[in-house]
Design a protein around this ligand. Structure first.
Ligand SMILES: C[S@@+](CC[C@H](N)C(=O)[O-])C[C@H]1O[C@@H](n2cnc3c(N)ncnc32)[C@H](O)[C@@H]1O
Length: 301
């Protein structure tokens, strides 16, 4: 009944939920802490003298390695978002002073979904489904949105934001989407692509699932060009945000990972070039809020 206005259901593979089981605890470090108190491990300080490294130092090191694209990135990102899921929305709006809502709306408009209002859209790295829900609420939208994310607790935290008949949360990796070639009428990713381990592979995977002519939109943080903006922004991101983030989320490193991962993300032109190399046509971008974020768009030729 609820799906009456839809065309055939997309081939969303629900077995993905089994392939990526939810995080059932708060990570190894927290479980060790709760059982044995704050542990510390001997590390070589570089001078030959060993000192002990606290759990929080270990976590910060892991966050740094993940933000720098190290081998720990996939596990770190998936586990961390699983842990901060309950406080993610609230913190997002506090830390961005609600500006993020307007950015998401602009990104959805850039998707030009009105060309195919009954189509299947992918909200990639969907998190708590803000983009998917906003798109589903758009006046005239009669399609469905597959909200794909590999951190199940994030998807669960977003439950109830939109009817299940319209927004389908699917536990899936951005590098291996459970959709057929050419099945999607459009795809969008907000603040997610920076977190994937292989940017080029994920761009190719998105390109694969899009129908010819379908649009792809990336909303992502960028590093402001103007020094007068960059310096205070840098101070806020590296000094203020990690402290507030840690205080309100209870997570030691997640909000230290964020600014570092933004700093390591390719600048606008390079991202546009990589989208073109992945096969997208008509690639372009526009800056938002003095260069703090940008919306990139492309189309499958
Ligand atoms: C910063 S959140 C963004 C969530 C949401 N799009 C928003 O606008 O608030 C990034 C999300 O990307 C997800 N993510 C990161 N890498 C992923 C991957 N390889 N596959 C699927 N999801 C991924 C994380 O689990 C997290 O939920």
């Amino acid at each position: 009944m609820a799906r009456a206005h839809h065309e055939a259901a997309p081939s969303v593979d629900q077995s993905y939920a089994c392939r990526y089981p939810p995080t059932s605890h708060f990570g190894w470090s927290a479980s060790i802490v709760s059982r044995f108190g704050l542990p510390s491990l001997p590390i070589n300080s570089g001078t030959g003298n060993f000192r002990r490294m606290t759990v929080s130092e270990l976590e910060t090191e892991e966050a740094r390695a993940a933000a720098d694209g190290g081998r720990v990135k996939r596990d770190y990102v998936r586990r961390t978002f699983g842990q901060i899921a309950p406080t993610y929305d609230r913190l997002n709006h506090i830390l961005s002073l609600n500006v993020d809502r307007g950015w998401r709306r602009k990104a959805i408009a850039a998707l030009e979904w009105t060309r195919a209002p009954r189509g299947t859209y992918v909200d990639l790295c969907a998190g708590t489904l803000d983009v998917a829900a906003e798109l589903s609420r758009s006046r005239g939208f009669e399609g469905r949105v597959v909200g794909a994310d590999f951190a199940e607790p994030m998807l669960r935290a977003g439950q109830g934001k939109a009817p299940r008949a319209v927004v389908w949360p699917v536990v899936a990796d951005a590098l291996d989407l459970p959709l057929r070639d050419g099945e999607a009428s459009g795809a969008i990713v907000a603040f997610g692509i920076r977190n994937v381990t292989d940017l080029d592979a994920s761009l190719r995977e998105i390109h694969r699932v899009l129908a010819p002519g379908a649009r792809f939109v990336i909303l992502e943080f960028t590093t402001p060009r103007l020094a007068v903006v960059r310096w205070p922004y840098h101070f806020y991101c590296h000094r203020v945000l990690p402290r507030i983030g840690a205080m309100l989320s209870g997570h030691g490193s997640a909000y230290a990972y964020l600014p570092r991962s933004v700093a390591n993300f390719p600048p606008e032109r390079e991202l546009a070039d990589r989208m073109s190399r992945a096969g997208f046509a008509d690639v372009g971008w526009r800056s938002l809020s003095l260069g703090i974020a940008a919306i990139h768009t492309g189309r499958k030729a």
